[in-house]
Design a protein around this ligand. Sequence first.
Ligand SMILES: [Zn+2]
Ligand SMILES: [Zn+2]
Length: 82
Amino acid sequence: MSETTRGLGKDLCARVHAVTGAECYLPDTHYPRPHQSLAGDSWHDGLCTRCAGSGLYADALCPACNGTAFEPLTLPETYQPG
Ligand SMILES: [Zn+2]
Ligand SMILES: [Zn+2]
């Protein structure tokens, strides 16, 4: 039994994009690099300002983050990671 098979034993970020539903496959140590999905999409997000991270707004699924508690951030095109 190898604990390195398929990355078992490592924590993945697994953050889900609030709009596209894409799941980040990077290790949870990728910060401050953007989240990235297997499809090649990358994005930044932050604690949802609508529901303050509860995922609920007015007793319903928060429309800003779709219940993920994190909303995508739009960064200036001039933004340079790192
Ligand atoms: Zn991530
Ligand atoms: Zn929200």
